[in-house]
Write a protein that binds this ligand. Structure first.
Ligand SMILES: [Zn+2]
Length: 269
């Protein structure tokens, strides 16, 4: 069991599903003392679910999910079935390959606080990585799921993923008082606003590069554009980077900076 004590009333258990998309594995957080809320039970790994139950000492009353991707929500279904617990979250209207079917007991709403006997959790709607993505705020700790990861860049895969929404959802975090980000993958981030601003800057820098490369090579199809825009990224990651490139291109089209003829992209000059 990979347990990390985050604070007096927050523990983390990391699932054994490490990989390209998941870093060291999905983090499951357990919030509260008298009552425990579990955030993102992760993949449906029986060992992991056993660990959560063992750690909780029979005190779990609520399960929260940040979004419905396969490395975050299937464990919620199992845990809910085993302990007869309600699931709080949001299902997506544009379900994709990475989404897993799940029944939500209570649909969370932006800033509508959910109260337990010794803690309150505020959902913050953060579309971008997924349209149904919510972060959860408790006592200055922001549980960010896949909105912000530690150690790697989040994939924005259209059509459910949207780059403009992602940038807006990063900016949105400035409206809240956050002392530490607890990501769905990786370690706590103790300078949240520096991380958020660096992430926005990184995305806009990449967008600038898309514009530069379009200028040089347009009209161009997306597969030819990937190695040009991501020449600083190992080529084995290019199939993943292609998703985010498409999200950048859609954003440029929305902003009237690029056009698409069904095959090739051009820059509006
Ligand atoms: Zn995800």
């Amino acid at each position: 069991m990979r347990i990390t004590k985050i604070s007096d009333d927050i523990n983390r258990i990391t699932a054994d599903n490490g990989g390209i998309f998941t870093g060291p594995g999905t983090n499951t957080y357990m919030v509260g003392k008298k009552e425990i809320s579990v955030i993102d039970p992760g993949p449906d790994l029986s060992n992991h679910i056993d660990d959560i139950i063992e750690m909780s000492d029979g005190k779990i009353t609520k399960i929260f999910i940040t979004h419905t991707h396969q490395d975050h929500s299937p464990g919620a279904k199992s845990l809910s079935e085993r302990l007869n617990l309600p699931i709080y979250g949001c299902v997506t209207e544009s379900s994709q390959m990475r989404d897993m079917p799940i029944d939500i007991s209570y649909k969370v709403e932006h800033q509508s606080v959910i109260t337990s006997s010794d803690h309150e959790i505020m959902p913050i709607h953060t579309p971008g990585h997924a349209s149904n993505h919510f972060c959860y705020l408790y006592d200055g700790y922001l549980f960010t799921g896949d909105h912000i990861m530690q150690g790697s860049t989040v994939v924005i895969a259209p059509p459910d993923g949207n780059m403009t929404e992602y940038l807006d959802s990063l900016e949105l975090i400035h409206d809240f008082s956050v002392r530490t980000i607890l990501p769905g993958h990786g370690d706590p981030i103790n300078e949240p606003y520096n991380e958020i601003d660096a992430t926005i800057k990184h995305r806009l820098k990449r967008e600038k590069k898309v514009i530069e490369q379009l200028k040089e090579a347009h009209p161009i199809d997306i597969d030819s554009l990937v190695p040009k825009v991501y020449d600083d990224v190992n080529s084995f990651l290019h199939p993943i980077a292609r998703f985010s490139l498409e999200a950048h291109l859609i954003r440029l089209i929305e902003n009237n900076q690029a056009t698409f003829d069904g095959q090739k992209y051009s820059l509006v000059e």
